[in-house]
Design a protein around this ligand. Structure first.
Ligand code: FES
Ligand code: FES
Length: 160
């Protein structure tokens, strides 16, 4: 089946099985290997991409459902100011996710801080509960998300 969609801002087309998981298409057909496929069951958060701006586990998405939709992976996101809001905050707060959940956290945090108000600690903990993470300090993650929101808010003010 031929499936057209937008991947990191470019129109792409593949001929594949409709039920193939989006994570496998991203990694195998497009060679975007930074997004991981650790559990394949929607539990670990390592495969998160943005689908129409919302974070979704790519291991749970049959590729036929993304026809005509916009997908952003970490590779596409890394070139943006929005990415800098987060990674600069994480570095400042000594929050350094390992490759296992770097992608998922960055993509999920982007959606969380794209609101009009600062996320509170319980919201950040709720986000963290969607990730099987065993090696980043919870405190540094909470602080990193809060500073990332401040960075984004500050940049938004500068653009007004
Ligand atoms: S690989 Fe998709 S949630 Fe774990
Ligand atoms: S940062 Fe290593 S498991 Fe989450």
């Amino acid at each position: 089946m031929k499936i057209d969609f937008s991947l990191n801002g470019k129109k792409v087309s593949i001929d594949t099985l409709p039920e193939k998981r989006l994570i496998d298409v991203i990694r195998e057909d497009f060679g975007l290997m930074t997004t991981k496929n650790a559990c394949y069951s929607g539990e670990c958060g390592s495969c998160i991409v943005q689908l129409e701006g919302q974070p979704v586990p790519a291991c749970q998405i049959p590729v036929f459902t993304v026809r005509a939709k916009r997908i952003i992976t970490i590779e596409g996101f890394m070139g943006t100011e929005k990415y800098l809001d987060i990674i600069n905050a994480f570095n400042d707060m000594k929050c350094i996710p390992c490759p296992f959940c770097f992608t998922g956290k960055i993509m999920a945090v982007d959606s969380l801080i794209d609101n009009q108000r600062s996320p509170d600690t319980s919201e950040i903990m709720s986000l963290l509960s969607d990730h099987s993470c065993s090696c980043t300090s919870v405190t540094s993650f909470i602080n990193g998300v809060k500073v990332a929101y401040q960075n984004r808010e500050f940049r938004g003010e500068m653009l007004k």
